[in-house]
Ligand binder design. Structure first.
Ligand SMILES: [Zn+2]
Ligand SMILES: [Zn+2]
Length: 366
């Protein structure tokens, strides 16, 4: 026989209370109303204690930003009073800058009781300001200039796209930690482009990444732009990143031997020797790096058709455009060639060198 619930008189099940009264006395969550969202009208970030939080969006729907801002608000403002609770909400009404939402919590207030749901009407007030980052950005604030150039050539579209995405990734990672982690691209010219960077720190992170990713040359220049309180000089740094003369596919001489650049990345530059087909990887710290010499861009590559494998040490080829025929000396790179196949060669210093098969594939893709 259960004793009666001391609040309502029904059969008590726990601590002298019926399930309903127990749940009411032990709510799943606590949330107050009204709540406030302070958001940046330019970028949608929301103000949180001590800074700003960006709101990542998965779609371009205009409502998504507001819903993600509410998610962020509730994750900070709803207090969970038990571990096992699921929180959802509905937007019930919206007037200009006030939202009426209904927060629902589902869970158990005690392991011996059935799950139940609770609903709380919450008023959310929206206010729009400009966040610190957007304010500095629109005011043209910058502590550093990062210049991207290439040695003796233009920066390629592929490189530009990669560099922009590296800058964006680093800015996203630093945002929240560093309010000045922003970059605006400026001055796109034939020879390269510049970024104005909000923070000196961010400019260095990007420069470090580009320097190792492209085995690039780096120079820094300081310019006095004013004085801080107390008379100390205030400087702005300009970092120049100069990409190498060659890109993957181009031809260089390494320690006196003609080679094709296969790849360039943070592990080094991999080259294939056109005479013996051997691959090797060098980096700016290698002794061979200082012997590097640019020979030709990949545009000197020409397509040929293999007419016949000669007796002995030569292959007969026909130029695919001019139909003239030519004999070349076999190298390890031409050992797999069959009659009738399309192959690529490069003329360097008057000598025709067979190119590895991968070079033919890359060219097909272009
Ligand atoms: Zn009761
Ligand atoms: Zn903003």
């Amino acid at each position: 026989m259960n004793a009666p619930c001391y609040l309502c008189g029904k059969d008590a099940v726990l601590d002298g209370l019926c399930a309903e009264c127990y749940n009411r006395e032990h709510p799943l969550i606590r949330v107050s109303s009204p709540l406030e969202i302070i958001a940046c009208k330019r970028c949608g970030s929301v103000k949180i204690p001590g800074g700003w939080r960006t709101i990542p969006l998965s779609s371009s729907e205009s409502d998504e930003l507001m819903l993600r801002q509410i998610d962020n608000l509730l994750s900070r403002e709803v207090e969970r009073l038990t571990d096992d609770v699921e929180i959802t909400y509905n937007v019930e009404n919206r007037l200009d800058r006030v939202l009426y939402i209904r927060v629902k919590a589902a869970g158990r207030s005690h392991t011996s009781l059935e799950p139940h749901t609770e609903e709380y009407p919450v008023e959310v007030r929206l206010s729009y300001v400009t966040c610190d980052t957007c304010g500095m950005m629109s005011g043209g604030y910058h502590e550093a200039i990062l210049q991207i150039r290439a040695d003796g050539r233009e920066v390629t579209d592929v490189e530009e796209e990669e560099i922009l995405s590296i800058v964006t990734q680093i800015a996203e990672k630093e945002y929240g930690k560093d309010a000045k982690a922003f970059a605006t691209e400026s001055k796109r010219t034939k020879i390269g482009f510049d970024f104005k960077m909000g923070s000196d720190h961010m400019a260095r992170l990007v420069a470090d990444e580009l320097q190792s990713r492209y085995l690039a040359d780096r120079k820094e220049n300081y310019k006095l732009i004013g004085q801080e309180h107390g008379g100390k000089g205030k400087y702005r740094v300009t970092i120049l990143i100069r990409l190498p003369r060659w890109v993957a596919g181009d031809f260089v001489r390494v320690a006196g031997r003609p080679c094709q650049v296969i790849s360039i990345n943070r592990n080094g530059m991999t080259c294939q020797d056109l005479t013996d087909g051997q691959k090797s990887t060098i980096n700016p710290k290698s002794s061979k790096w200082r012997t590097l010499e640019f020979l030709a861009s990949q545009s000197v590559k020409r397509e040929y058709m293999v007419l016949s494998r000669g007796y002995g040490q030569s292959v007969q080829l026909m130029d695919a455009k001019t139909f003239t025929t030519v004999d070349v000396v076999e190298t390890p790179l031409s050992s797999e060639w069959r009659s009738g196949s399309r192959v690529f060669l490069a003329e360097i210093d008057g000598v025709l060198y067979p190119l590895p098969e991968s070079a033919a594939l890359e060219s097909d893709a272009v």
